[in-house]
Design a protein around this ligand. Structure first.
Ligand code: NAD
Length: 468
């Protein structure tokens, strides 16, 4: 017995009716999403506290405001984004109409993780709905309280014949993946990303994979250690370090390590007080499994700051590990918790070699007072995103695409990029039916003269077209 067959058939029928293609229908869905956020903010906030002990400040900044901004942007630009895009023509098509039409894919599946359970669910959803798709949403079972609000309340604000939420975990995802979807948008670990991609291959379904990895943070010797420490500590310990784009480890000289440690201590004390465990501004580890995993990483290098933990509360103190070796456990996997290892290197070249020896990260950070140094790191490395002299501030710009490269993922979203991700860009040429004589140059019998004229007529750049 397939639990999803009927639901998926209904959604396909709804897509087939053409309803979701109307601009007005899409706008109504986006407004519904906006109302869901507005009217249920308190409920969502309570769920985020239960799941992650996420405080109001961080929820507002990293969950609600980003979703609201994306909804507003999509509503404001929907007509423009949907519009056919006229393209350059050659002489042979001067009388024709050539354009790109943005078509919805059809029935899309969005699978999301637990760490920003509102943001990472609703932001892709905005683009999927704006692009006119029917959607199956599968929130993480691990952030179960937020997932429950999404499953029980969100559908009331959307057209339920075009939208469904599936709860559950790996088993349900695998059952869903037996079916053919027209697009799969997955955010999560690289391990599960491979499972999703393998399943999508069976149906030749296109995928976006928003994955994780280890994000290097290079700190040059010319930096003010306190400024770097404030910025790195903020972005490392936000959401208790459970952020895919958090700086995962610092690379710097032994001298800079010496200067950074007291500066990091000062930042941590200012942010979370002398006893971070009692700070209202520090969250908790999502579950026991991740708590145990993180505890195992505390043995790498030497603990310079923090290191305390309490399993009954799933608390891990903001921690800095120094003199960490490349071969130690903390450097073998994405940390995804409030632990910051420092690995020392002797030079900028060595740091760049270190970064390039590893998989391409989702994000890369470089701190230096010299723009030349920052640009050198940018130029000689590759990553999904890059920021000079700060953490993931680029996430506040929906004008920038967000996504990984290589092992950190494929595809991009945010702002118009999300709309484009969920749209098939259909190449359209509507030809003029008259002047058939002109077409005779392409028909046999072929001749060198016909070939010369045809090649000129097919040139896209009019400046090189000698017929004009
Ligand atoms: P995960 O890969 O374990 O789970 C993600 C989703 O996949 C969940 O909905 C889960 O139910 C489902 N899933 C889990 N195991 C599965 C299986 N065997 N078969 C099919 N489906 C399965 O990831 P997570 O632990 O929820 O999130 C943490 C990971 O996500 C980290 O690696 C982090 O870097 C990454 N992440 C990436 C981004 C990004 O934007 N690139 C954002 C947040 C998190």
């Amino acid at each position: 017995m397939d639990p999803f067959e009927d639901m998926l058939r209904r959604l396909r029928e709804a897509f087939g009716s053409g309803r979701t293609q109307e601009a007005e229908f899409r706008a109504t869905q986006l407004k519904g999403l906006g109302r869901f956020l507005e009217e249920n903010k308190q409920l969502l906030q309570e769920a985020l506290v239960q799941d992650l002990r996420k405080m109001v400040f961080e929820s507002e900044v990293s969950e609600f405001s980003i979703c609201q901004g994306e909804i507003n942007l999509a509503l404001k630009n929907l007509q423009a984004w949907m519009k056919d895009e006229e393209v350059t023509k050659n002489l042979a098509t001067q009388l024709d109409s050539a354009f790109i039409r943005k078509e919805p894919f059809g029935l899309v599946l969005i699978i999301t993780p637990w760490n920003y359970p509102v943001n990472l669910t609703l932001v892709p959803l905005v683009g999927a709905l704006a692009a006119g798709n029917c959607v199956v949403l599968k929130p993480s079972e691990i952030s179960g309280n937020t997932g429950k609000v999404l499953a029980e309340v969100l559908p009331r604000y959307l057209d339920q014949s075009c939208f469904a939420v599936v709860t559950g975990g790996p088993k349900e995802v695998q059952q869903l993946l037996e079916h053919k979807f027209d697009y799969i948008f997955f955010t999560g670990s690289s391990r599960v990303g491979k499972i999703i991609m393998a399943a999508a291959t069976k149906h030749l379904t296109p995928v976006t994979l928003e994955l994780g990895g280890k994000n290097p943070c290079y700190v040059h010797d010319d930096c003010d250690p306190q400024t770097v420490a404030n910025r790195v500590a903020f972005f490392r310990y936000l959401n208790t370090g459970q952020t895919c784009v958090a700086p995962d480890y610092v690379l710097c000289s032994p001298e800079m390590q010496e200067r950074l440690v007291p500066a990091l201590q000062s930042a941590i004390t200012r942010f979370y007080g002398d006893d971070p465990k009692s700070s209202p501004d520090l969250g908790r580890i999502i579950n026991d499994k991740h708590f145990q995993r993180l505890q195992g990483l505390l043995g790498s290098g030497r603990v310079a700051i923090g290191g305390q933990s309490d399993s009954s509360d799933r608390y891990i103190a903001p921690t800095v590990l120094v003199d960490v070796q490349e071969t130690e456990p903390v450097m073998q996997e994405e940390i995804f918790g409030p632990i910051l290892p420092i690995v020392t290197v002797r030079s900028l070249d060595e740091a760049i070699d270190f970064i390039n020896r590893r998989e391409k990260p989702l994000a890369l950070y470089a701190f230096s007072n010299s723009q030349q140094v920052v640009k050198e790191v940018l130029f000689r490395t590759s990553s999904g995103a890059f920021c000079g002299n700060d953490g993931f501030m680029y996430m506040t710009l929906s004008s920038l695409p967000f996504g990984g490269v290589g092992a950190s993922g494929m595809g991009k979203y945010h702002g118009k990029f999300t709309f484009d991700t969920f749209s098939h860009h259909r190449a359209c040429l509507l030809r003029y039916s008259g002047m058939e004589k002109v077409n005779s140059i392409r028909y046999p019998p072929y001749s060198p003269q016909k070939l010369r004229v045809l090649l000129m007529a097919m040139e896209t750049h009019s400046s090189s077209c000698t017929l004009l």
